[in-house]
Design a protein around this ligand. Structure first.
Ligand code: HDE
Length: 697
């Protein structure tokens, strides 16, 4: 059979007739099994041979007449659409939003007033700087864009995992993005901010300092997209029946708590699995372990805002939760992976201007610029003004208007009326009193290219952020700055950035200067506004928001021939009952444990390093321990687990390997027999270990 299949896949003989070709298709059909529908062209013409193009003789030229070939190749040639200019690399999933607390006092928007109603959503997470084919784990902001298909039209909350942004005015966005993307003369680096043009721009843009603190923290190297927060960033408005306005900031809080990689781990994961976060989301949803977030709001009035020591319209500022508490009003669950990546995740078109009646914009100048940008970008990316008709973009409520025609029109409107007002057709759409209304504000002022004086404080909240962090987090921020600036070739750029840090925190500036080996601290730039000390906000810590749980985490168990089956089972049981997952890693996929059972490991050692796990356990016979102590993949497995501050459980046989990996002793290194100690160590990173093994700034 195999031989005949090979034969039929070879080029047809010069005497090949249409009968023979059909026969070949039938044979393939039988090989695949099942009752497949006939393969057709896009015109519905059944195809008899999908293996060979139409030729004049077996060794002759291909004929122009071959419409099957030409249609197939033409379509293939056009398979790609322009990738997003930012946020090109992304991962999306379907799910729902369920309101748990009504905001009917503040808004008429049904999605925020109908408790218990489940609104379908499509949520796309992304990195910002890299192209569509870049890795999942660079140091970068993560996009967090939610499309709510509400009863009253689509609401897109297009946010990030950081509550502030680099710039105050949309007119600087192309500059920021040009600076961070690949340098135009050399075409690198891909998906990295550690290069001259980015830091040159930053050094000349003091308003970016607060965001820089967040960007250099471990928030930008998340362990999983299931473990990031999301923020709408800008202030929006809620409008009640009378049109009264209340300001609102939107926050997503992950059920699993926050968790991040450490830098060395993120770098290594990028090589081991470029799709690490996409795979993580796919596996979680496939396992029924649905990612979930709470939606929280901060509500405040114009009068409250007047008392803040910053301007809430300035997107480089956050409102500390200690000042305006977060109220949880609902939850989002992502429970369905898309059927098709291109049709859904690639073609989804978000736009912050999509809001239902009862929600409105603020005058944040960054938001105002975004309201233009997204509609415009969708036109160039999706190629037609009818992109809203694509299934992923279309509202799930009825929608009608008099817009007509255009490229790729897929609707077939009936009747003779395509205008308004009209008197010829009873069911033609009309405006309605309950339709979208903007808040009636009395904004008038002198026309000009202006920046409000209340936007002038560039350092106080950067200081607030830095000083609110725990010691390990501060060390990571300082080290990230040293790393990034060490990649900057231009000395005056390094100096200028370090100079800014002096306004944020003198100790931070000193740590960075020391880390870079500077002889003296560079001068701090002049500033129009003397930074103020704000009360630290523990709510903006990352470590403080890690949850004491194994939920959503995974433990790699390294075994070899003859490993103790009982010990392996005990680890699996303990991890499972703590809510975590286990994966067996072994030098070979097929492995026999001590009970004679042959199992298939989830990963082969050389391709399954420890940095894709949250904790590891090593169960080996003495022979295997001795032989793996000479194997570099096994040594890397254990030494990386140690260096990445992970809990390590091991049995007696594993000790030679631990020694070869220079694993030391602390509360995170436990006996494989003591599962209580292992589980509690596995829930956290061993921060106290870090200064012993890594020189941090
Ligand atoms: Fe975006 N941004 N952005 N952005 N943005 C885009 O729209 C833009 C900004 C954000 O998963 C683009 O469809 C301007 C802030 C996300 O498909 C584009 C400015 C925040 C996504 C665009 C900003 C975001 C985008 C590119 C400065 C956080 C991905 C492709 C005024 C609140 C959405 C696209 C997805 C995508 C413009 C700043 C979030 C070009 C002009 C601030 C999550 O329209």
């Amino acid at each position: 059979m195999a031989a005949s299949k090979r034969a039929s896949n070879q080029a047809p003989t010069s005497t090949g007739t249409s009968t023979e070709l059909r026969g070949q298709g039938d044979e393939l059909h039988q090989l695949a099994g099942g009752s497949h529908p006939p393969l057709t062209t896009n015109q519905g013409i059944a195809v008899s041979d999908n293996q060979n193009s139409l030729r004049a003789g077996a060794r002759g030229p291909t004929l122009l007449e071959d419409f099957v070939l030409r249609e197939k190749i033409m379509h293939f040639d056009h398979e790609r659409i322009p990738e997003r200019i930012v946020h090109a690399r992304g991962t999306g999933a379907h799910g729902y939003f369920e309101l748990t607390n009504s905001l009917s006092r503040y808004t008429t928007a049904k999605i925020l007033t109908e408790v218990g109603h489940k609104t379908p959503v499509f949520t796309r997470f992304s990195t910002v700087a890299g192209g569509a084919g870049s890795v999942d784990t660079p140091r970068d902001v993560r996009g967090f864009a939610v499309k709510f298909y509400t009863k009253e039209g689509n609401w897109d909350l297009v946010g990030n995992n950081i509550p502030v942004f680099f710039i105050q005015d949309a007119i600087k966005f192309p500059d920021l993005i040009h600076a961070v993307k690949m340098e135009p003369d050399r075409g690198f680096p891909q998906a990295a901010s550690a290069h001259d043009t980015f830091w040159d721009f930053i050094s000349l843009t003091p308003e970016s300092m607060h965001m820089i603190m967040w960007a250099m923290s471990d928030r930008t190297i998340p362990r999983s997209l299931r473990m990031i927060e999301g923020f709408g960033i800008h202030s929006f408005r809620l409008l009640d029946e009378q049109g009264q306005s209340t300001f609102v900031k939107f926050h997503w809080r992950p059920k699993l708590g926050l968790q991040s990689h450490i830098w060395d781990e993120a770098v290594k994961v990028a090589g081991a699995d470029p799709d690490f976060q996409r795979r993580d989301m796919f596996e979680a949803i496939s396992n029924g372990d649905f990612p979930e977030w709470e939606l929280g709001v901060q509500l405040f009035t114009e009068e409250d805002a007047a008392g803040f020591p910053f301007d809430h319209l300035d997107p480089t500022k956050l409102i500390p939760e200690e000042l305006v508490p977060l109220q949880v009003i609902g939850r989002m669950v992502l429970d369905r992976w898309p059927d098709n990546f291109f049709a859904e995740t690639e073609q989804v078109a978000y736009c912050p201007a999509n809001i239902p009646p009862g929600i409105d914009f603020s005058n944040d100048p960054l938001l105002q610029g975004r309201l233009f940008s997204y509609l415009d970008t969708q036109l160039s990316r999706l190629g037609s003004a009818n992109f809203h008709q694509l299934p992923i973009n279309a509202p799930k409520c009825p929608f009608h208007n008099n817009q007509r025609d255009g490229h790729m029109q897929s609707q077939v409107p009936k009747g003779r009326v395509a205008y308004e007002p009209s008197s010829l057709q009873e069911d033609s759409p009309r405006e309605t009193r309950t339709g979208f209304r903007s808040h009636a504000t009395a904004d008038d002022g002198l026309k000009g290219r202006l920046r409000a004086e209340s936007f002038a404080d560039h350092y106080s909240q950067a200081r607030l952020f830095y000083r609110s962090q725990s010691k390990p987090e501060q060390a990571h921020i300082a080290s990230a700055l040293v790393f990034e600036l060490s990649k900057v070739e231009t000395a005056h750029v390094r100096d200028a950035v370090t100079g800014h840090l002096r306004h944020i925190d003198p100790d931070l500036a000193q740590r960075v200067a020391d880390g870079l080996g500077m002889d003296a601290l560079p001068a701090a730039p002049a500033t129009a506004f003397e930074p103020i000390d704000m009360k630290p906000s523990p709510a903006i810590q990352l470590i403080g928001k890690m949850k004491d749980t194994l939920q959503g985490r995974s433990v790699g168990i390294l075994v070899s021939e003859g490993s103790d089956a009982g010990a392996v089972a005990a680890i699996q049981k303990a991890v499972k009952s703590a809510g975590g997952l286990t994966k067996i890693v072994a030098p070979k996929l097929g492995i026999t444990l001590s009970d004679g059972r042959k199992i298939t490991a989830a990963g082969q050692l050389a391709g399954t390093p420890s940095f894709i796990f949250d904790a590891v356990a090593i169960v080996l016979t003495p022979e295997a321990g001795n032989s793996l102590a000479k194997d570099s993949a096994a040594i890397d497995f254990i030494s990386n687990a140690w260096a990445h501050l992970k809990a390590i459980a091991s049995d007696a046989g594993a000790q030679p390997l631990l020694k070869a990996g220079s694993v030391g002793k602390d509360t995170g290194v436990v006996d494989a027999g003591d599962m209580t100690a292992f589980i509690s160590a596995a829930k956290v990173r061993q921060w106290l270990r870090e200064p012993k093994l890594r020189a941090l700034a």
